[in-house]
Design a protein around this ligand. Sequence first.
Ligand SMILES: Cc1ncc(COP(=O)(O)O)c(C=O)c1O
Length: 405
Amino acid sequence: MQPADTISGVAVRELYAQYVVPSYQRSLTLTRGEGMYVWDADGRRYLDLGGGIAVNSLGHAHPRVAAALAKQALTLTHTSNLYYHEQQGRLAQRLVGQLAPGKIFFCNSGAEANECQYKLARKVGNPRGRFEIITALNSFHGRTLAGIAATGQEKVRVGFEPTVSGFRHVPFNDLDAVRAALTERTAAVLIEGIQGEGGVTAATPESLLGRRQFTRELGILLLWDGVQCGHFRTGRFQSFQRILEGVTGSGAAEFLPDAVAMAKSIGGGFPLGAVWIRDEYANVFQPGTHGTTFGGSPLACAVANAVLDEIEEKNLADNIRRQGELLKQKLSALIVSGGPVGAVRGMGGMVGLALTVDGATAAARLAAAGLLLVPATGNVLRFLPPLNVGEAHIAEAVDIIQKTL
Ligand SMILES: Cc1ncc(COP(=O)(O)O)c(C=O)c1O
């Protein structure tokens, strides 16, 4: 068999055509990456500000991540969760330290992190006959059966009926609709701080505080999907901390969900998911109630610890906040009446460019011009850059957009 890096891009695509399930719309054949850049099989370089859909928190082939991975691989690779190991314990302590007293359940992906939240809500609600979870229209929570039921977009469910029961959807920032949907069966309310797949729309402070108030009054859970907008992407560890900055009164300073799902950026490219569960519910899952073979493996946790080290030492939360503002300023300058850029929104390293032209076509043209972004619902292109992106990369991206669109 030929070594993987000696066959052409055409040959790689033929392998996919014959042997890989065609469940994705793929474009380029990539061979290597370094920092903000990737190279395709023909040697062309691209500025990658999609970050593997908000995963590559430190860019491609980061030496600290690579070193942590190699060191751990030569020390203790996988144990299963039948045993203790230091990396998982240390990472859990650090994630709890970012939020509030509680405990962490480790898994492998965003969909799984949300599954853990649904199960938590059902387990807590079960004695009172509560099992329903209210989520938002336009949300995205993953591709498992419960994930597509939770997701507020009909298109992900088509053909997979009957849908897992117990999920209801309400308009994202509409508090009256949340209140009207609450019943004696409601176990939890789930929300993304900033809808990503749904087109980069942030929750309003009022809608967060209202959801917290309703759920507290009923003694039910407020669940948080921080899979895409979490892990410092907005300039704070979780986006509610950013959204509620400067908001006074109404419980803003004390705002805290009962659980927070994390994945994507947390592993910087190594698959890892995690759920922080508030103290009150932290011992709900006892042996035999929930689990996964790979979750929180020594390799995954060593990488996540290295990613956190780099973010903390280089103050990358502040960096992404600054770069995000710069990006929004520069993109906003491209808005002209009748032009292709309709609006710019988001915060930190989660910025949406709402186009007046077809988003998928625009993304393909930008890729051909050397810039990789991620399309979202509603002709929106998402910037989800690594947290260590620099000013020069922002300038280069905006320049490509200006010349291409
Ligand atoms: C907000 C949100 N939740 C959950 C998921 C699912 O994560 P994963 O693809 O790792 O299962 C995603 C993925 O895009 C997401 O954006």
